[in-house]
Design a protein around this ligand. Structure first.
Ligand code: ADP
Ligand code: PMV
Length: 479
C-alpha cells in the first residue's frame, strides 16, 4: 500500500478555557498551524509498528505480536469505531502500561513524560481500533504547532492518529469532492470521538473543545454539561476574522497541571470558584449573542471594542483562577501601555500563549500609542508603526509572535501521499518518510506538504488576512 498523510489544525480558545472543563460554554477557532502525520507501510513479514516523532525526539518500535491484543478484544472491553468512549478503561491502561514504560526509559523524567503520553495515546488508539492483523507501519509526525503553548498541539496529534487509524480500518468514507454535508459531519464525528480518547491519554481531564475544533475546523460554541454524553457543539460558520496577534511566552507548562490547579481551587473555595466560572460562561454567551446579532460587523470599532473588553475581563477572571504567569502579565502590560489592544491568555495558561485583539488603527491614532510613534508614520506606513515597535520589544524580551488566520479547515487527508508542488515533477511529487523528515523547520514542512497555499494579502494592521486556498491533493470533510 502506498504511504498516505493526514493533517489537523491547532486552535485558539477565544473565550471560556478552564470554565469549559466545568461544564460551561467556550468559543474556539482553528488556527493555520497544523500537525502532519505520514503513514508508511512495511513489508508484511516485518511485524513491527514504529513511531517517529522528531519534534519531541521520540523514536520507538514495538513488536505487534507482543502488544496486549487479548485485553482489548475481550468481549466486555471491545470498543468499535462508532462507539462513544468517555473515559479510559483502567484495565486497558494497565495492560498497555509496560509497553508505555518501555519508551525512552533513559531520558530525563520531564522528557520521558512527554514521550510516554504521546506513546500512550498512540497505543490506546492502535489497540482499540486495530487488531493483531494490523499491518506493520511507521507513523511519522511533524507539527508546526508549538508544544504545550495552549494552541492544542495534543488535540491536533490525537486527531491525526485517530483519523489515520480509522482510515486504515476503512471506517471512514471519503473525504471526496461533492460528499454530502451530513455524511462529512458523520465522518468528522467518528474521528472526534477517538481524538477525545487520545486527549484523555495525554491530559487526563479534557473538555473535548480542542479535539472538536481540530477535527471540524472553523469555529465552534462548545459545551459539555454531562461527560457521559456527547457535547453540544454549535458550529460558527462565519466566525469573524478578528485582527489577532498571537504571542508565545515560550514558558512551557502542562495542560494537565493547569487544569488540576483549577480543580484544587474549586475544592478549596467552591462558591467563589463557581461564581468565577459562571462569569466566564456569561462572557462566552455575551460574545455569542453579539456575533450572532444581525448587523454585527467586526470592522465596526464599537463591535470590536466589545469583543476586546470581554476578552480582557475573561483574562482577569483567569488570573483569579490562578492560571496566569508573570510572562503573560508582562505581555499584557506591554500591550496596555502601547494602547494597542485587549490581551487574554489562551489555552491552559501558566505560560503558553496570549492573544491580543488589536484596536483599529483609527483608535490607536486618537489614543496613546507609545512615545516614538509619529502621526505621519501611522498615515503612511503599510503596517502600523506602533505595532512594529511593539513586535520588536516582544522579540527583544524573548517572546515569539505568530501571524495567524482563524477558522480554516479541520482534519484533512492526502491519499496517496503525492502532491503537485512547485518542483513540477511529472505525476506529482511523492512524499516519502525521509523527504518529510528532512523538511527544515515550519516553513520547510509547509512548503513540502502544507495544506494551504497562502496568498499574500494583509489587513490594516499588516496581519495576514485568512485568504488561503487548500492545495491540490489534500481533501477535507467540509460541512
Ligand atoms: N509534535 C508533537 N509530537 C509528539 N507529541 C506531541 C506533539 N505535540 C504535542 N504532543 C503531545 O502533546 C503534549 C502536549 O499537550 P498539552 O500539554 O495539552 O499542550 P497543548 O496546549 O499544546 O495541547 C506533549 O506532552 C506530547 O505528549
Ligand atoms: C484549559 C482547557 O480549557 C484548554 C486547554 O488547552 P491547551 O491544552 O492548553 O491547548 C482544557 C480543556 O478544555 O480541556
Amino acid at each position: 500500500m502506498p504511504p498516505f498523510m493526514v493533517s489537523a489544525p491547532g486552535k485558539v480558545i477565544v473565550y471560556g478555557e478552564h470554565a469549559v472543563v466545568h461544564g460551561k460554554a467556550a468559543i474556539a477557532a482553528s488556527v493555520n498551524l497544523r500537525s502532519y502525520l505520514h503513514v508508511t507501510f512495511l513489508h508484511k513479514t516485518d511485524r513491527t509498528v514504529s513511531l517517529r516523532f522528531p519534534d519531541i525526539s521520540l523514536e520507538h518500535t514495538w513488536n505487534i505480536d507482543d502488544l496486549p491484543w487479548a485485553a482489548f478484544a475481550a468481549p466486555a472491553k471491545k470498543k468499535y469505531y462508532y462507539d462513544l468512549v468517555t473515559s479510559l478503561d483502567p484495565d486497558l491502561v494497565d495492560a498497555i502500561e509496560p509497553h508505555v514504560l518501555s519508551v525512552s526509559p533513559k531520558v530525563p523524567e520531564h522528557v520521558r513524560k512527554i514521550h510516554q503520553s504521546s506513546a500512550k495515546a498512540f497505543l490506546y488508539l492502535f489497540l482499540s481500533l486495530g487488531s493483531q492483523r494490523s499491518p506493520p507501519c511507521v507513523y511519522t509526525l511533524r507539527s508546526t504547532i508549538p508544544i504545550g503553548a495552549g494552541l492544542g498541539s495534543s488535540a491536533s496529534i490525537s486527531t491525526c492518529l485517530a483519523c489515520a487509524l480509522l482510515l486504515q480500518i476503512r471506517a471512514l468514507s471519503g473525504p471526496h469532492d461533492d460528499q454530502p454535508s451530513e455524511e462529512c459531519a458523520l465522518q468528522v464525528e467518528r474521528i472526534n470521538r477517538w481524538a477525545f480518547v487520545g486527549e484523555l491519554c495525554i491530559h487526563g481531564n479534557p473538555s473535548g473543545v480542542d479535539n472538536t475544533v481540530s477535527c471540524g475546523g472553523k469555529a465552534a460554541l462548545f459545551q459539555r454539561k454531562d461527560y457521559s454524553k456527547p457535547p453540544s457543539v454549535q458550529r460558527l460558520g462565519d466566525f469573524p476574522q478578528l485582527p489577532l496577534l498571537l504571542v508565545n511566552t515560550k514558558q512551557s507548562r502542562s495542560t494537565a497541571v493547569e487544569v488540576a490547579k483549577v480543580g484544587t481551587l474549586k475544592k478549596a473555595h467552591p462558591k467563589i470558584a463557581d461564581h468565577i466560572l459562571s462569569a466566564i460562561n456569561d462572557i462566552t454567551e455575551s460574545v455569542h449573542a453579539l456575533i450572532s446579532q444581525e448587523g454585527f460587523d467586526k470592522d465596526d470599532p464599537e463591535n470590536l471594542r466589545q469583543l476586546g473588553e470581554l476578552a480582557a475581563i475573561n483574562h482577569g477572571l483567569l488570573v483569579s483562577l490562578g492560571v496566569s504567569h508573570p510572562k503573560l502579565e508582562r505581555i499584557r502590560a506591554l500591550i496596555d501601555h502601547a494602547g494597542l489592544g485587549w490581551t487574554k491568555l489562551t489555552g491552559a495558561g501558566g505560560g503558553g500563549c496570549a492573544i491580543v485583539i488589536l484596536k483599529p488603527l483609527e483608535d490607536i491614532r486618537n489614543g496613546h500609542h507609545g512615545p516614538d510613534v509619529k502621526e505621519q508614520n501611522i498615515k503612511s506606513a503599510a503596517k502600523n508603526p506602533a505595532l512594529v515597535q511593539l513586535e520588536r520589544q516582544l522579540e527583544a524580551e524573548g517572546f515569539e509572535k505568530f501571524e495567524t488566520t482563524l477558522a480554516g479547515d479541520g482534519v484533512g487527508v492526502l491519499w496517496p501521499a503525492v502532491l503537485h508542488n512547485a518542483s513540477g515533477e511529472e505525476g506529482g511529487e511523492e512524499i516519502d518518510q525521509e523527504k518529510f523528515l528532512k523538511a527544515v523547520g515550519n516553513d520547510g514542512i509547509e512548503k513540502l506538504v502544507g495544506v494551504n497555499a497562502k496568498s499574500a494579502t494583509s489587513n490594516m494592521n499588516g496581519l495576514s488576512n485568512g485568504h488561503t486556498e487548500s492545495r491540490e491533493g489534500w481533501k477535507f470533510w467540509r460541512f
